[in-house]
Write a protein that binds this ligand. Structure first.
Ligand SMILES: Cc1ncc(C[n+]2csc(CCOP(=O)(O)OP(=O)(O)O)c2C)c(N)n1
Ligand code: SF4
Length: 250
């Protein structure tokens, strides 16, 4: 019998500890497969954040450094500048990169740091009990917005990849989702390109990925995927939001 699927060499033997239906695991598998396909596992250093996303350091076979909440890109900058031959990526939740880490994200892009950042947008602070994040949708109920996010009080949801796409040092910015097999394939292509941008030394690359948090959304895994499709896709435009001419040639 032909083997059509196997565990990526980029993943360790540890079992995912995420809640059932959480798509953090899907995204980590894609990154592991990309590292394997590009044959860069040995030369890659990941930077982990705080939050459920921070568990990533247990699941990959590449090296990892842990950063304080929101500081992954500052740590990634230091590693890449001192070890320019290494591949460096950050794996961050939306709370990490687009709330407490906003200044690092913006200045990392502005400086055109030659690292790759993966943003996992589940529209909520996952680990700490489902508080409202900058990415929380209008009207969405969270533990700190029990009547739904009110834009008059706290503003509209922040489409972070679009902000980063406007910064000259960012050469590749993609917004993808992992709610369906088709979108998972597109997400993998974007992650691969973001790593290839770094291999070619072209500048900063960001892939934002729409993800589920069934536990804090209070839904079953299946309903969470449907909720993402119906509510997040209309707000967060998918696609390659920015690709410079040099990136297009890759
Ligand atoms: C300086 C600091 N402030 C706050 C916290 C508490 N904290 C831990 S995880 C987290 C939210 C993480 O949310 P997100 O980045 O969206 O990741 P997710 O858990 O959804 O993967 C917060 C606020 C912390 N650990 N350190
Ligand atoms: S709390 Fe949410 S983000 Fe964290 S593991 Fe569970 S489902 Fe995933």
């Amino acid at each position: 019998m032909n083997k059509v699927f196997e565990r990526s060499k980029g993943l360790s033997d540890a079992h995912f500890t995420f809640c059932p239906g959480c798509t953090h695991g899907t995204i980590m598998r894609l990154i592991a497969e990309v590292m394997d396909e590009l044959q860069i596992i040995e030369e890659t250093i990941g930077v982990s954040p705080v939050g459920c996303a921070g568990f990533c350091q247990d699941f990959f076979t590449c090296d990892f450094v842990g950063a304080a909440h929101g500081r992954a890109q500052a740590v990634g900058t230091g590693i890449k500048r001192s070890l320019p031959d290494k591949m460096v990526f950050t794996y961050q939740g939306d709370g990490d990169i687009a709330a407490i880490g906003t200044q690092h994200a913006i200045h990392c892009a502005a400086r055109g740091e030659k690292i790759t950042s993966i943003m996992v947008n589940n529209a909520i602070y996952g680990m700490t009990g489902g508080q409202m994040a900058p990415t929380t949708l209008e009207g969405m109920k969270t533990s700190t917005s029990p009547f739904g996010r009110d834009p008059i009080d706290v503003g509209m949801p922040m489409d972070f990849p679009k902000i980063i796409a406007n910064i000259p040092g960012a050469v590749y910015v993609a917004s993808v989702s992992v709610d369906s097999p088709k979108n998972i394939n597109k997400a993998k292509k974007a992650i691969k390109k973001a790593f290839q941008v770094q291999q070619a030394g072209l500048g900063f690359a960001l892939v934002s990925i729409l993800s589920t948090c069934p536990t804090n959304w209070g839904m079953s895994p299946i309903d969470s995927l449907q909720w993402l499709r119906e509510n997040m896709l209309p707000v967060y435009e998918l696609g390659e939001l920015k690709e410079t001419e040099e990136v297009k040639k890759l």
